[in-house]
Design a protein around this ligand. Sequence first.
Ligand code: CP
Length: 311
Amino acid sequence: MKSFVNQHILNERQFNRKNLETLFERARELAPLNKPGFGAFLLQGQVISLLFYEPSTRTRFSFEAAAKILGAWTLTSENTGIFSSAAKGETLEDTIKVVNGYSDLIILRHPQPGSAKRAVNVSGIPIINAGDGTRSHPTQALLDLFTIEKEFGKIDGVSIAFVGDLAHYRAARSLCAILTNYKNIKIYFVAPKNFKMKDDIKRLLKKSDVKYFETEILSDVLKKVDIVYMTRTAKEYFENEDDYLKVRGMYIFKRIHLGQMRNHGIVMHPLPRVGEIDIQVDKSKKAAYFRQAKNGVAVRMALLSLIIGKT
Ligand code: CP
């Protein structure tokens, strides 16, 4: 992607080092939200629609906050499958074509992998993929990277452990893929036998010369990494309850683990958590997950302003 202007954001593989730096520079400029009116003209007069067919707190609220801070109007539909005419059987394609007539940009979250591409195929205005099933969550990857840079002052050379059911977890997939833009990254996958990171991501890492290692044991990796990236067991993507129950609770990051990490290490999680990180961990400065969630506003302001903002 050469320029952000009027681009769809379909997946994290569109990004390269240069446009990531452009995005993060803009995010750093826009981050001081305490300046009244700062940047409020950038999206003035623009209408941004948020169609969320799946539940969300962070992605929807931070996109909406970002849009409003920069002066846009938002049309927002939570639980779109039930509270829009999708409930009457309207196709995603028809909904996107209709909402094109009301907006300048659409932010879409949908449970089906490939839904963002379907939307792009019929849309004359930019679509931002805010999560399409188990496949991809590109804007989460952007805010995760921004968080890593903010915490460590660099991204090159970091080592990161992804922990949990990695077969179903789009945020881990997206962050792995986007990390291939950086040098000397080391990745550790900590996952149960039948829920390992999928081969498409491993192939991409190999092709990009990113070293990765696999284990089932969390304590194996704590001393080796800068970042422990915990993940939720995503119940909504399991076909049977037994499989879900087998995986849930396998990895719980507790206060005792903090002492086993490197001194400068941090714990990240895209959230929501449902027990994977004990709340006792929250008091530690190593707990970066609420800082990470907050960074979503600056990164999403930067993204919206670069795609449809005034220059
Ligand atoms: N991290 C994330 O996507 O959270 P939400 O599901 O609350 O948007």
